[in-house]
Design a binder for this molecule. Structure first.
Ligand code: MG
Ligand code: ZN
Length: 382
Protein backbone atom coordinates (compact mmCIF):
# COMPACT_ATOMS: atom_id res chain seq x y z
CA UNK A 1 0.00 0.00 0.00
CA UNK A 2 2.86 2.36 0.82
CA UNK A 3 4.22 1.75 -2.70
CA UNK A 4 0.98 2.88 -4.23
CA UNK A 5 0.99 6.10 -2.23
CA UNK A 6 4.60 6.90 -3.14
CA UNK A 7 4.11 6.21 -6.84
CA UNK A 8 0.99 8.32 -6.83
CA UNK A 9 2.65 11.22 -5.04
CA UNK A 10 5.42 11.48 -7.61
CA UNK A 11 3.53 10.83 -10.81
CA UNK A 12 0.23 12.59 -10.24
CA UNK A 13 -0.50 15.35 -12.71
CA UNK A 14 -0.80 18.93 -11.59
CA UNK A 15 -4.00 19.79 -13.38
CA UNK A 16 -6.92 18.90 -15.51
CA UNK A 17 -4.91 19.87 -18.58
CA UNK A 18 -3.16 16.50 -18.43
CA UNK A 19 -6.16 14.35 -17.82
CA UNK A 20 -5.72 12.24 -20.93
CA UNK A 21 -2.64 10.81 -19.31
CA UNK A 22 -4.79 8.53 -17.18
CA UNK A 23 -3.36 5.65 -15.25
CA UNK A 24 -6.07 3.31 -14.20
CA UNK A 25 -5.93 2.14 -10.58
CA UNK A 26 -9.08 0.38 -9.47
CA UNK A 27 -8.44 -0.81 -5.89
CA UNK A 28 -7.44 1.09 -2.78
CA UNK A 29 -7.37 0.16 0.88
CA UNK A 30 -7.86 3.19 3.08
CA UNK A 31 -5.90 3.35 6.34
CA UNK A 32 -6.56 6.99 7.20
CA UNK A 33 -9.99 6.91 8.82
CA UNK A 34 -11.42 10.15 10.18
CA UNK A 35 -13.84 10.69 13.05
CA UNK A 36 -17.26 11.95 12.16
CA UNK A 37 -19.48 13.96 14.51
CA UNK A 38 -23.18 13.29 14.24
CA UNK A 39 -25.79 16.02 14.47
CA UNK A 40 -29.48 15.59 15.12
CA UNK A 41 -30.80 18.23 12.74
CA UNK A 42 -34.30 17.97 14.18
CA UNK A 43 -32.99 19.11 17.56
CA UNK A 44 -30.89 22.04 16.33
CA UNK A 45 -32.93 25.25 16.38
CA UNK A 46 -31.74 26.79 13.12
CA UNK A 47 -32.74 30.38 12.28
CA UNK A 48 -35.48 30.79 9.64
CA UNK A 49 -33.12 32.10 6.98
CA UNK A 50 -29.34 32.02 6.77
CA UNK A 51 -27.09 35.04 7.21
CA UNK A 52 -24.11 32.94 6.14
CA UNK A 53 -23.80 30.42 3.32
CA UNK A 54 -20.91 28.00 2.97
CA UNK A 55 -21.00 26.38 -0.47
CA UNK A 56 -18.70 23.39 -0.85
CA UNK A 57 -18.09 22.19 -4.40
CA UNK A 58 -16.57 18.78 -4.95
CA UNK A 59 -15.37 19.12 -8.53
CA UNK A 60 -16.36 15.97 -10.42
CA UNK A 61 -18.14 14.51 -7.36
CA UNK A 62 -21.03 12.24 -8.29
CA UNK A 63 -22.90 9.84 -6.03
CA UNK A 64 -20.30 7.12 -6.69
CA UNK A 65 -17.44 9.36 -5.51
CA UNK A 66 -19.43 10.10 -2.33
CA UNK A 67 -20.13 6.43 -1.73
CA UNK A 68 -16.51 5.54 -2.38
CA UNK A 69 -15.69 7.90 0.49
CA UNK A 70 -18.40 6.39 2.69
CA UNK A 71 -17.09 2.87 2.00
CA UNK A 72 -13.46 3.91 2.55
CA UNK A 73 -14.29 5.55 5.90
CA UNK A 74 -16.07 2.38 7.11
CA UNK A 75 -19.60 3.54 6.40
CA UNK A 76 -19.67 7.08 7.75
CA UNK A 77 -18.86 10.55 6.46
CA UNK A 78 -19.68 14.04 7.73
CA UNK A 79 -21.81 14.51 4.63
CA UNK A 80 -24.21 11.83 5.98
CA UNK A 81 -25.39 14.44 8.51
CA UNK A 82 -26.90 16.46 5.69
CA UNK A 83 -30.47 15.25 5.49
CA UNK A 84 -31.91 17.55 2.84
CA UNK A 85 -30.80 16.09 -0.46
CA UNK A 86 -31.57 16.83 -4.09
CA UNK A 87 -30.07 16.44 -7.55
CA UNK A 88 -28.70 19.08 -9.88
CA UNK A 89 -28.83 18.80 -13.67
CA UNK A 90 -25.50 19.99 -14.98
CA UNK A 91 -25.97 20.45 -18.75
CA UNK A 92 -24.37 23.65 -20.10
CA UNK A 93 -25.83 26.02 -22.72
CA UNK A 94 -23.94 24.40 -25.57
CA UNK A 95 -23.09 20.87 -24.34
CA UNK A 96 -24.91 17.98 -22.72
CA UNK A 97 -21.69 17.43 -20.78
CA UNK A 98 -20.51 20.56 -19.02
CA UNK A 99 -16.99 21.59 -18.12
CA UNK A 100 -16.11 23.18 -14.79
CA UNK A 101 -16.28 26.72 -16.20
CA UNK A 102 -19.93 26.50 -17.33
CA UNK A 103 -20.73 24.32 -14.30
CA UNK A 104 -19.14 26.81 -11.90
CA UNK A 105 -20.81 29.75 -13.63
CA UNK A 106 -24.24 28.10 -13.31
CA UNK A 107 -23.74 27.79 -9.55
CA UNK A 108 -22.11 31.21 -9.13
CA UNK A 109 -24.30 33.28 -11.48
CA UNK A 110 -27.52 31.33 -12.07
CA UNK A 111 -27.16 31.22 -15.87
CA UNK A 112 -26.49 28.41 -18.30
CA UNK A 113 -23.46 29.35 -20.34
CA UNK A 114 -21.13 27.74 -22.86
CA UNK A 115 -18.29 25.47 -21.84
CA UNK A 116 -15.06 27.44 -21.12
CA UNK A 117 -17.03 30.58 -20.12
CA UNK A 118 -16.39 32.10 -16.69
CA UNK A 119 -18.93 34.51 -15.17
CA UNK A 120 -20.46 35.44 -18.53
CA UNK A 121 -23.65 34.22 -20.20
CA UNK A 122 -23.86 32.32 -23.50
CA UNK A 123 -23.63 35.65 -25.39
CA UNK A 124 -20.46 36.57 -23.53
CA UNK A 125 -22.22 39.18 -21.38
CA UNK A 126 -20.94 39.66 -17.84
CA UNK A 127 -23.25 38.27 -15.13
CA UNK A 128 -22.94 39.14 -11.44
CA UNK A 129 -21.87 36.30 -9.16
CA UNK A 130 -23.38 35.39 -5.80
CA UNK A 131 -20.07 36.40 -4.21
CA UNK A 132 -20.19 39.84 -5.84
CA UNK A 133 -23.84 40.31 -4.85
CA UNK A 134 -23.05 39.27 -1.28
CA UNK A 135 -20.13 41.72 -1.28
CA UNK A 136 -22.38 44.57 -2.52
CA UNK A 137 -24.81 43.78 0.27
CA UNK A 138 -22.18 44.19 2.94
CA UNK A 139 -21.39 40.54 3.52
CA UNK A 140 -17.87 39.26 3.97
CA UNK A 141 -16.78 36.86 1.23
CA UNK A 142 -14.23 34.12 0.71
CA UNK A 143 -12.85 31.45 -1.60
CA UNK A 144 -10.82 28.34 -0.80
CA UNK A 145 -9.53 25.89 -3.40
CA UNK A 146 -7.13 22.96 -3.69
CA UNK A 147 -6.36 24.02 -7.28
CA UNK A 148 -5.06 27.43 -8.31
CA UNK A 149 -7.47 30.10 -7.07
CA UNK A 150 -7.65 31.23 -10.73
CA UNK A 151 -8.85 27.82 -11.95
CA UNK A 152 -12.36 27.49 -13.42
CA UNK A 153 -14.39 26.72 -10.29
CA UNK A 154 -13.19 29.50 -7.96
CA UNK A 155 -12.74 31.86 -10.92
CA UNK A 156 -16.47 31.55 -11.69
CA UNK A 157 -17.21 33.42 -8.44
CA UNK A 158 -14.94 36.44 -8.97
CA UNK A 159 -14.13 36.78 -12.67
CA UNK A 160 -15.74 37.33 -16.06
CA UNK A 161 -14.09 36.02 -19.20
CA UNK A 162 -15.17 33.77 -22.08
CA UNK A 163 -11.90 31.82 -21.74
CA UNK A 164 -11.20 29.85 -18.57
CA UNK A 165 -7.53 29.63 -19.51
CA UNK A 166 -6.87 33.34 -18.96
CA UNK A 167 -5.38 32.83 -15.50
CA UNK A 168 -3.52 36.15 -15.42
CA UNK A 169 -6.65 38.10 -16.36
CA UNK A 170 -8.65 36.13 -13.77
CA UNK A 171 -6.04 37.00 -11.11
CA UNK A 172 -6.35 40.68 -12.06
CA UNK A 173 -10.12 40.55 -11.69
CA UNK A 174 -9.85 38.79 -8.32
CA UNK A 175 -7.72 41.68 -7.05
CA UNK A 176 -10.60 44.07 -7.81
CA UNK A 177 -13.38 41.82 -6.52
CA UNK A 178 -13.39 43.09 -2.94
CA UNK A 179 -13.17 39.51 -1.60
CA UNK A 180 -12.15 39.32 2.06
CA UNK A 181 -10.25 36.04 2.15
CA UNK A 182 -8.87 33.71 -0.51
CA UNK A 183 -6.72 30.65 -0.03
CA UNK A 184 -5.46 28.50 -2.90
CA UNK A 185 -2.64 28.00 -5.38
CA UNK A 186 -1.77 30.28 -8.27
CA UNK A 187 0.97 32.58 -6.89
CA UNK A 188 2.63 32.82 -10.33
CA UNK A 189 -0.47 34.36 -11.92
CA UNK A 190 -0.18 37.22 -9.41
CA UNK A 191 3.58 37.61 -9.09
CA UNK A 192 5.30 36.18 -12.19
CA UNK A 193 3.13 37.64 -14.90
CA UNK A 194 3.79 38.20 -18.57
CA UNK A 195 2.84 41.89 -18.12
CA UNK A 196 5.41 42.13 -15.26
CA UNK A 197 2.67 43.48 -12.97
CA UNK A 198 3.00 42.76 -9.26
CA UNK A 199 -0.49 41.93 -8.03
CA UNK A 200 0.82 40.90 -4.60
CA UNK A 201 1.94 44.49 -4.01
CA UNK A 202 -1.39 45.72 -5.33
CA UNK A 203 -3.28 43.44 -2.94
CA UNK A 204 -1.16 44.61 -0.01
CA UNK A 205 -1.95 48.22 -0.92
CA UNK A 206 -5.63 47.28 -0.83
CA UNK A 207 -5.22 46.05 2.74
CA UNK A 208 -4.65 42.35 2.20
CA UNK A 209 -2.28 40.40 4.41
CA UNK A 210 -0.49 38.22 1.85
CA UNK A 211 1.19 34.90 2.59
CA UNK A 212 2.40 31.84 0.69
CA UNK A 213 1.87 29.40 3.55
CA UNK A 214 -1.01 28.97 5.99
CA UNK A 215 1.37 28.22 8.86
CA UNK A 216 2.86 31.70 8.64
CA UNK A 217 -0.50 33.48 9.02
CA UNK A 218 -0.48 35.03 12.53
CA UNK A 219 -3.32 34.29 14.92
CA UNK A 220 -5.01 37.66 14.91
CA UNK A 221 -4.65 39.37 11.57
CA UNK A 222 -6.39 42.67 10.95
CA UNK A 223 -8.08 43.15 7.59
CA UNK A 224 -8.21 40.95 4.53
CA UNK A 225 -6.23 37.80 3.88
CA UNK A 226 -4.78 36.18 0.76
CA UNK A 227 -2.77 32.96 0.95
CA UNK A 228 -1.31 31.69 -2.33
CA UNK A 229 -0.15 28.25 -1.31
CA UNK A 230 1.49 27.03 -4.54
CA UNK A 231 3.04 28.51 -7.70
CA UNK A 232 0.22 27.00 -9.75
CA UNK A 233 -1.98 24.16 -8.46
CA UNK A 234 -1.63 22.69 -4.98
CA UNK A 235 -0.15 19.19 -4.98
CA UNK A 236 -2.39 16.15 -4.57
CA UNK A 237 -2.64 14.19 -1.35
CA UNK A 238 -0.82 13.08 0.69
CA UNK A 239 1.73 15.79 -0.24
CA UNK A 240 -0.79 18.57 0.45
CA UNK A 241 -1.36 17.52 4.07
CA UNK A 242 -4.30 19.18 5.84
CA UNK A 243 -4.33 22.23 3.59
CA UNK A 244 -8.04 22.05 2.78
CA UNK A 245 -9.30 21.70 6.35
CA UNK A 246 -6.76 24.23 7.66
CA UNK A 247 -7.74 26.68 4.92
CA UNK A 248 -11.44 26.13 5.64
CA UNK A 249 -10.86 26.85 9.34
CA UNK A 250 -8.77 29.94 8.58
CA UNK A 251 -11.31 31.32 6.08
CA UNK A 252 -14.20 30.81 8.51
CA UNK A 253 -12.15 32.47 11.26
CA UNK A 254 -11.57 35.57 9.11
CA UNK A 255 -15.19 35.75 7.92
CA UNK A 256 -16.60 35.12 11.39
CA UNK A 257 -15.00 38.39 12.56
CA UNK A 258 -17.29 40.18 10.12
CA UNK A 259 -20.29 37.95 10.86
CA UNK A 260 -22.48 40.91 11.83
CA UNK A 261 -23.70 41.21 8.24
CA UNK A 262 -23.09 37.57 7.39
CA UNK A 263 -20.78 35.99 4.87
CA UNK A 264 -20.51 33.88 1.73
CA UNK A 265 -17.77 31.28 1.45
CA UNK A 266 -17.06 28.86 -1.40
CA UNK A 267 -14.75 25.92 -0.71
CA UNK A 268 -13.63 23.65 -3.52
CA UNK A 269 -12.32 20.10 -3.38
CA UNK A 270 -10.82 20.49 -6.86
CA UNK A 271 -8.94 17.29 -7.30
CA UNK A 272 -11.80 14.80 -6.98
CA UNK A 273 -12.18 15.74 -10.64
CA UNK A 274 -8.54 15.26 -11.59
CA UNK A 275 -8.41 11.92 -9.77
CA UNK A 276 -11.54 10.79 -11.61
CA UNK A 277 -10.08 11.90 -14.97
CA UNK A 278 -7.15 9.64 -14.19
CA UNK A 279 -9.45 6.75 -13.23
CA UNK A 280 -7.38 6.46 -10.06
CA UNK A 281 -9.41 5.05 -7.16
CA UNK A 282 -6.71 5.77 -4.54
CA UNK A 283 -6.49 9.42 -5.59
CA UNK A 284 -10.31 9.76 -5.69
CA UNK A 285 -10.70 8.22 -2.24
CA UNK A 286 -8.07 10.41 -0.63
CA UNK A 287 -9.50 13.56 -2.21
CA UNK A 288 -13.07 12.60 -1.26
CA UNK A 289 -12.11 11.95 2.37
CA UNK A 290 -10.19 15.23 2.47
CA UNK A 291 -13.21 17.08 1.11
CA UNK A 292 -15.42 15.43 3.73
CA UNK A 293 -13.11 16.66 6.50
CA UNK A 294 -13.66 20.22 5.24
CA UNK A 295 -17.42 19.54 5.21
CA UNK A 296 -17.04 18.52 8.88
CA UNK A 297 -15.49 21.91 9.71
CA UNK A 298 -18.37 23.72 7.99
CA UNK A 299 -21.04 21.61 9.70
CA UNK A 300 -19.50 22.19 13.11
CA UNK A 301 -19.68 25.97 12.55
CA UNK A 302 -23.26 25.75 11.27
CA UNK A 303 -24.47 23.57 14.14
CA UNK A 304 -23.04 26.09 16.59
CA UNK A 305 -24.10 29.36 14.94
CA UNK A 306 -27.53 28.28 13.61
CA UNK A 307 -27.60 31.12 11.06
CA UNK A 308 -25.36 29.30 8.59
CA UNK A 309 -26.49 27.20 5.66
CA UNK A 310 -24.04 24.61 4.36
CA UNK A 311 -24.54 23.35 0.80
CA UNK A 312 -22.43 20.57 -0.68
CA UNK A 313 -22.64 19.83 -4.39
CA UNK A 314 -20.63 19.28 -7.57
CA UNK A 315 -20.32 21.01 -10.92
CA UNK A 316 -20.55 17.66 -12.77
CA UNK A 317 -19.54 14.04 -12.41
CA UNK A 318 -16.20 12.80 -13.78
CA UNK A 319 -15.11 9.34 -14.88
CA UNK A 320 -18.49 7.61 -14.99
CA UNK A 321 -17.38 6.01 -11.74
CA UNK A 322 -19.17 2.96 -10.36
CA UNK A 323 -18.69 1.24 -7.00
CA UNK A 324 -17.58 -2.38 -7.23
CA UNK A 325 -17.03 -2.98 -3.53
CA UNK A 326 -15.12 -4.21 -1.72
CA UNK A 327 -15.54 -3.95 2.03
CA UNK A 328 -17.19 -1.34 4.26
CA UNK A 329 -15.78 -3.14 7.36
CA UNK A 330 -12.16 -2.51 6.35
CA UNK A 331 -12.42 0.54 4.12
CA UNK A 332 -11.23 -1.24 0.97
CA UNK A 333 -12.72 0.15 -2.22
CA UNK A 334 -12.88 -0.89 -5.84
CA UNK A 335 -14.12 1.26 -8.68
CA UNK A 336 -14.89 1.00 -12.37
CA UNK A 337 -14.98 3.78 -14.96
CA UNK A 338 -16.77 4.44 -18.23
CA UNK A 339 -14.71 7.46 -19.36
CA UNK A 340 -11.65 9.62 -18.73
CA UNK A 341 -13.80 12.71 -19.12
CA UNK A 342 -16.88 14.24 -17.53
CA UNK A 343 -20.38 12.72 -17.68
CA UNK A 344 -23.83 14.27 -17.98
CA UNK A 345 -25.40 12.51 -14.99
CA UNK A 346 -27.16 14.49 -12.26
CA UNK A 347 -25.03 15.32 -9.22
CA UNK A 348 -26.15 15.31 -5.59
CA UNK A 349 -26.91 18.44 -3.56
CA UNK A 350 -26.74 18.15 0.23
CA UNK A 351 -27.93 20.92 2.55
CA UNK A 352 -27.74 21.53 6.31
CA UNK A 353 -29.04 24.56 8.19
CA UNK A 354 -31.66 27.26 7.66
CA UNK A 355 -33.42 26.81 4.30
CA UNK A 356 -31.92 23.36 3.71
CA UNK A 357 -35.32 21.91 2.78
CA UNK A 358 -35.37 24.09 -0.37
CA UNK A 359 -32.67 21.91 -1.88
CA UNK A 360 -34.82 18.78 -2.16
CA UNK A 361 -35.89 17.55 -5.58
CA UNK A 362 -34.41 17.53 -9.06
CA UNK A 363 -33.62 20.89 -10.64
CA UNK A 364 -31.20 22.71 -12.93
CA UNK A 365 -27.80 23.66 -11.44
CA UNK A 366 -28.72 27.34 -11.95
CA UNK A 367 -31.48 26.95 -9.33
CA UNK A 368 -28.85 26.61 -6.61
CA UNK A 369 -27.82 30.24 -7.26
CA UNK A 370 -31.45 31.41 -7.18
CA UNK A 371 -32.16 29.49 -3.95
CA UNK A 372 -29.13 31.12 -2.32
CA UNK A 373 -30.23 34.56 -3.53
CA UNK A 374 -33.73 33.99 -2.14
CA UNK A 375 -32.44 32.74 1.19
CA UNK A 376 -30.14 35.75 1.56
CA UNK A 377 -33.17 38.02 0.82
CA UNK A 378 -31.36 39.43 -2.22
CA UNK A 379 -33.22 40.23 -5.38
CA UNK A 380 -32.43 38.15 -8.43
CA UNK A 381 -30.52 40.14 -11.02
CA UNK A 382 -32.39 38.46 -13.83
MG1 MG B 1 -12.52 22.93 -10.25
ZN1 ZN C 1 -12.66 17.84 -15.17
Amino acid sequence: MLMMVVVFATTAVSGQENYKDKHEKLIYENKDFHDVKTYDTDKIKFKKKPENIILLIGDGMGVAQVFMGITANKGMLNIVNMKDIGFSKTQSADHYITDSAAGGTALACGVKTNNHHIGVDADGKKVKTILEIAEENGKATGLVSTSAITHATPASFVAHTPDRGEYEEIAKQLVNSGIDVFIGGGYDFFANRSDKGDLIKKLEKKGYNMYTCLDSVPDNIEGKLGVLTAPKHNPPLPKRGNLLTDATEEAIKVLNKDAKDGFFLMIEGSQIDWASHQNDVAYITMEMLDFDKAIGVALEYAAKHKNTLVIVTADHETGGLSNHGIDIETGKVKGGFSTGGHTGIMVPVFAFGPGAELFRGIYENTEIFHKMLYLYNFKSDK
